[in-house]
Design a protein around this ligand. Structure first.
Ligand SMILES: [Zn+2]
Length: 274
């Protein structure tokens, strides 16, 4: 029954095993390091986007509101705003990647801000220039900057923000079903699978199937959902009922809520979900 596809095992250093069932999700040291690098890159790109915005604002600031800009200056302004937009979206891409590598906790008051900082940056990178353009009666440039703000904000939003709670719940679901944190996914897919020969990934057009932990599936490709066909299959094969799965999930959720209390990690060692 096994697939004939090339199954690529994503490297997972022994020291970097992520936490499992019932415990809160803790990123590996490697993932944390990569997250910091991505955050730094995001901040540098966003800072450059603000520099581009400031350059555009200086041009607008010097302008007499009653005298229209030359076409050349207008084109230059639009090009600068385009650079601003590209830098904003690139920065947001790194920021979203960092959040997937080292997700914030939903319990944190800053969860929304950290998850959607890209949207805030879209406003920072464009709102002042939009306002200034309208004050200076440079309506075309103002309208373009406003459109870039909206488009840049939409591209910077995280539509499925990662959280430690979600990672822990997804990992515990997979562990409850299969006994281990191990899943398969493909380059173009949006779901992770429990079987490498699942009909959704073992297709004619698939050449490579990746495998690793639930967290790795998200880090690398932002895959956020368990394949329902794989879930049904394993539940049928192992005779797990939806009720049993929910009970195990609830137990894991309770354990996550209780993590403020000192945990006895050693006791959990070698514990396996049935
Ligand atoms: Zn599947």
């Amino acid at each position: 029954m096994a697939t004939k596809k090339n199954v690529i095992r994503v490297e997972n250093k022994p020291s970097s095993a992520s936490s499992s069932s019932g415990k809160v999700f803790t990123p590996t040291a490697e993932a944390k390091g990569k997250a910091s690098q991505n955050r730094l890159l995001a901040i540098v790109l966003w800072a450059l986007a603000v520099v581009a915005e400031v350059v555009a604002m200086v041009i607008l600031f010097k302008k007499d509101p009653e005298i229209a800009l030359t076409t050349g200056k207008r084109v230059m302004l639009i090009v600068i705003l385009l650079v601003d937009l590209v830098l904003l979206i690139a920065g947001s891409g790194f920021w979203k990647k960092a959040n997937r590598l080292n997700p914030p906790s939903k319990a944190s008051a800053l969860f929304g801000i950290q998850s959607q900082l890209g949207i805030i940056m879209a406003a920072v990178c464009f709102l002042p220039v939009v306002i200034l353009a309208f004050i200076k009666k440079e309506y075309l440039v103002g309208a373009i900057a406003a459109a870039f703000m909206v488009g840049g904000g939409a591209a910077s939003a995280d539509y499925n923000p990662a959280s430690q709670e979600q990672y822990a719940a997804q990992t515990s679901e997979v562990e409850t079903l299969t006994g281990k944190d191990f899943v398969y996914w493909t380059k173009s897919g949006t779901k992770f699978h429990l079987y490498d020969d699942c009909r959704y990934i073992n297709t004619a057009k698939t050449t490579d199937i990746y495998s690793g932990t639930v967290a790795q599936a998200r880090e690398l490709k932002n895959i956020t959902e368990l394949c329902s066909a794989c879930k049904d299959r394993v539940m049928k094969e192992k005779g797990i009922s939806e009720e049993q799965l929910q009970q195990a999930q609830q137990a894991a959720a309770n354990a996550i809520e209780g993590t403020q209390l000192p945990t006895t990690e050693e006791n959990g060692e070698g514990e396996q979900a049935e």
